[in-house]
Write a protein that binds this ligand. Structure first.
Ligand SMILES: NC(=O)c1ccc[n+]([C@@H]2O[C@H](COP(=O)([O-])OP(=O)(O)OC[C@H]3O[C@@H](n4cnc5c(N)ncnc54)[C@H](OP(=O)(O)O)[C@@H]3O)[C@@H](O)[C@H]2O)c1
Length: 291
């Protein structure tokens, strides 16, 4: 492990990923990390972002902030664009001027999901939702104003923090109400703790190779497969659960039916080790039950 002192700004720290980085940072005293969320640093405030990044003497900015309410974004496009696109532009301009390295998080929703093989970084994005489009435009801000940035697209994040699919299934499964979960959307459940570790691995790496990278846990599942494993590992054996199709479970935003990501590039360039999704799910469930 590289033990050089590094000065890091984390934005969106109260979210799943930000809190996962915070958990790992406890055992990394050589990392001087400033954790901020909207109350300390509102990323839509261009001047505030410029001041924070210019005066902070940071080596890295890790942007964990986003407008992540995928369905609400369909009717709240202005706000989604402010946070997912314009705010990223604010970071990009300030970081380039201050020569600070940026690690930004994007999403599998930049793809249409019509592929039948894992998406790699050269595949053409084609978002089908406001969330996906505003996130893709956020990537564009970095490509235009701060091409030295690392952009990590990830998918299906869950953690012991906040509300997410794992906690919802545990709660609803435990209540004994019938559950229907879509089985025709395929991707990879990804523990936010594993993405947090990958980010620290990139910061620890002696080299810096900008560009777009894909990161999820290893393996492939449908949301139904994921729910079945949550219930099984969570010891909820009497839940009433059945698969359903996307068309039977309408949502405001269209989701990619297939969004498995090819992780070859991040493994090759940053030597990131990626756990199998079921192993990480077990770890997360242990952490949830220990809370
Ligand atoms: N969750 C997923 O399944 C998933 C999948 C693919 C990619 N991603 C990406 O992964 C990243 C991390 O996701 P996550 O699940 O950790 O997100 P999250 O839990 O929703 O956290 C995002 C954080 O950003 C904060 N934020 C919102 N507007 C802000 C602003 N103007 N200034 C500063 N902070 C602001 C949010 O605060 P409020 O809660 O107060 O709004 C929240 O604390 C995001 O870029 C997301 O797009 C997530």
């Amino acid at each position: 492990m590289n033990t050089t002192v590094k000065n890091i700004l984390i934005t969106g720290s109260n979210g799943q990923l930000g809190r996962s980085i915070s958990r790992l940072a406890v055992s990394r005293p050589e990392l001087r990390i400033t954790f901020t969320d909207v109350d300390e640093l509102d990323l839509t405030d261009r001047e505030a972002v410029e001041t924070a990044i210019t005066e902070g003497d940071y080596d890295y900015v890790v942007n964990c902030a986003a407008y992540t309410a995928v369905d609400r974004a369909e009717t709240d496009e202005v706000m989604a664009a402010r946070i997912n696109t314009e705010a990223v532009g604010n970071i990009a301009r300030a970081a380039r001027a201050a020569k600070v390295r940026v690690i930004h998080i994007s999403t599998d929703y930049v793809f249409s999901g019509k592929n039948h093989r894992p998406y790699d970084e050269l595949d053409e994005p084609y978002p089908t939702s406001v969330y996906g489009r505003t996130k893709l435009e956020g990537e564009g801000m970095l490509t235009s104003f701060c091409p030295d940035a690392v952009i990590i697209r990830t998918a299906w994040l869950y953690s012991e923090f906040g509300n997410n699919f794992v906690k919802t299934i545990l709660r609803k499964g435990g209540e004994g109400n019938p559950l229907r979960v879509v089985s025709d959307q395929i991707g990879t459940p990804t523990y936010a703790g594993d993405l947090a570790q990958a980010i620290l691995d990139i910061i620890d790496c002696s080299g810096w190779t900008p560009g777009v990278y894909h990161f999820t846990d290893e393996g492939v599942a449908s949301w139904y497969d994921f729910a079945i494993e949550i219930l099984r590992m969570g010891g909820i054996h009497d839940a009433k659960i059945a698969p359903c199709n996307t068309k039977d479970y309408p949502t405001a935003a269209t989701r990619p039916p297939y969004s498995v990501l090819d992780k070859g590039k991040i493994k090759r360039i940053y030597n990131v080790q990626i756990p199998y999704w079921k192993d990480s799910l077990r770890l997360c469930l242990d952490r949830i039950s220990g809370q």
